[in-house]
Design a protein around this ligand. Sequence first.
Ligand code: FAD
Ligand code: SF4
Ligand code: SF4
Length: 471
Amino acid sequence: MALQKTKTPMREQEPEERIKNFDEVPFGYSDEEAVVEAERCLQCKHQPCVEGCPVHVPIPQFIQAILDGDVVEANQIIKSKNNLPAVCGRVCPQEEQCEKVCVMGIKNEPVAIGRLERYVADYNMEKGTDKSSAAELEKMKIPELEEKKVAVIGAGPAGLTAAADLAKYGFDVTIFEALHDTGGVLRYGIPEFRLPKDIVDREVEAIKDLGVEIRLNVVVGKTMTVDELFEQGYEAMFIGVGAGLPRFLNIPGENLNGVYSANEFLTRVNLMKAFKYPEYKTPVVVGDKVAVVGAGNVAMDSARTAKRLGAEDVYIVYRRAAEQMPARSEEIHHAEEEGIEFKLLNNPVAIHGEDGRVNKMECLKMKLGEKDDSGRRRPLPIDDSNWMLDVDTVIIAIGQNPNPLLTSNTKDIETKSWGGIKVNEDQETSREGVYAGGDVVTGAATVIKAMGAGKTAAENIKNDLLNKSKK
Ligand code: FAD
Ligand code: SF4
Ligand code: SF4
């Protein structure tokens, strides 16, 4: 039988329905759909897909287990490398990672690896078989490391991954998290309609079950310092505090009422559950006409959230062209289906208002020039092409930098000019015993890259402390 050339689609809520709720958009695969998709995998001997995954999920092996009808085993195979499979199956930029190098994708669409991973994770959560098996944990445990204390700072994907692997090695691990809840951007950034919070809860619970202690409401660098943690007997540390400081356009009018950073906007909606109380337009007020500046995942999430909060016209305003938009293609597709309008090759130059409230955004038309350092064609302004967009809300989603609170209060940790922590290839910082990874090192990036860094750091902390214990 000829192999299906395209990915098996996922059933999802219709656009006109879903813009009225915050429920998850895709429903996931049924057992039958998962098998149809799994059959598309060629079981390549050289497994390029595994190299394409920053945490090296054994992809053909877990797909084979689906075909063998053993979805519980498929989950154990995934969990041997990935501590957050239900999250990754939903939000990984697969087209840039595992699926980018899938052999099936050379002539056809790649195997839908992310959707299959999500199917396996969800199936096992529903059946209550989502935890790592005792046999798998026994394999990783190193008796010499038991009772050695390691601290992890930040409970986002980088910190959670580092903590889970460290606990599997046998360390006594404590995560210190600034907020009142875990997950980092998974909790307060990515909206519920893309990543339901009970999925985050469930995967965090599985990490706690490994023996990881999580202390909430502790801002390291303020409530306590890295030096104090060392004094308390922690022998190594992993910093995964992310990049939570929003960047602004620095144009006139940015401080008018009705202008938000995407961080503030999405955090308010997520943490204050604004969508549960649609009759109250607070704590997030959106008007009828909303402009979102930027075209990454954060921008798509902001635009789609504004639509769900009742805005009629929502625009993505981006200074580059469609093919340069950094968001996952699925998010762009979903945004288009939901009626978000794309004003591409337009750069905001000023925000105008009346009585202290925004009412217009002035944009300048752009054209594409030569390639810049990022390899993308540079956007160039077209002289005298200014025009006005009627808006009552503007959301700025053009990136984030690390918050300097921790690094400015910690001795001997070198940073880059934009505030990112400098690390070597082992994820170790300039201070001995202190490792770092995720957005605080790379700048705003992806969940799976943050997890890959957490994993590398955990392995090197293990090697380092094992060597020290042998001396
Ligand atoms: P974070 O997730 O930022 O976690 C850092 C944690 O550290 C937070 O919990 C924070 O409260 C805590 N912290 C900060 N300072 C301190 C301190 N001093 N002491 C203690 N704790 C502290 N990536 C994708 O791959 N796919 C997507 O679809 C996607 N969508 C996104 C949508 C939005 C709206 C945003 C904002 C980002 C998105 N990303 C996406 C990017 C991705 O979420 C990040 O790259 C990833 O979360 C980085 O993980 P991290 O662990 O480094 O940092
Ligand atoms: Fe692909 Fe992400 Fe899963 Fe790795 S974790 S296999 S990159 S979807
Ligand atoms: Fe299967 Fe694609 Fe990986 Fe080959 S590269 S083993 S087809 S998922």
